[in-house]
Ligand binder design. Sequence first.
Ligand code: ADP
Length: 237
Amino acid sequence: PGAYLMDEHGPSEIRTAIGAFNEMQGRIRRFVQDRTQMLAAIGHDLRTVMTRLRFRLALLGDGEQQRRMAADLEEMDKMLLAVLSFVKDEAAREPRQALDLAAMATTVTDDLADMDIDATYEGPDHAIFTGQPLGLKRLLTNLVDNAVKYGERARVLLSDQGAQIVVTVEDDGPGIPVDQRERVFAAFTRLESSRSRETGGMGLGLAVSRSIARAHGGDVHIADSARGARFVVTLPR
Ligand code: ADP
């Protein structure tokens, strides 16, 4: 037993195979995670619309048709709740572990800098935080990608305040008008000014980002900025 380990070729082939397998497993996990977060954002927003529909229906009074519609709405709501609870379980399943947010932020900016995109990190070399690695990486990537999509450069600033870590992502683009700053976090929302852009996504990035921050007990909001957009992520320890 174990004789094959002495083989000159065997062990390295096995290591290569295990490496490839781990890589594939990582990819599948990230794929599932992305879809799950997307479902979460959609499910959440559909429920908001449902609440509005229920309210409007109540204003219509008490006919037989209204009663049937109310029953349909209840059924839909139950389905949505089932989807949301599935999604929550899935997202919550990513194990939390001690990770270095400073190193993570540096990786995100370095990856862009490698492609000659102006993205910089300013902050401590290390900021240890217990959280979900894939989720938090997704959150930072979303904000930094937006910064260089809507502006020319991204600055990531990290401040370790002990009780919480605050990550700020700034750009030099057109910024986001004050009256639109809550709206952009809703799923499928894209500002009129960005709709014409070729670079457009589906308007889910910020909804997903916020849900990840909230799953960590934190949040994302948009702060005033002299120029461009400034997103502030707070992550309590
Ligand atoms: P997407 O970028 O795929 O459209 P997001 O959810 O990431 O979706 O963003 C929603 C909308 O918010 C964008 O379409 C854009 O109008 C606006 N937005 C997001 N980030 C920025 C930014 N850094 N500067 C200006 N506008 C932004």
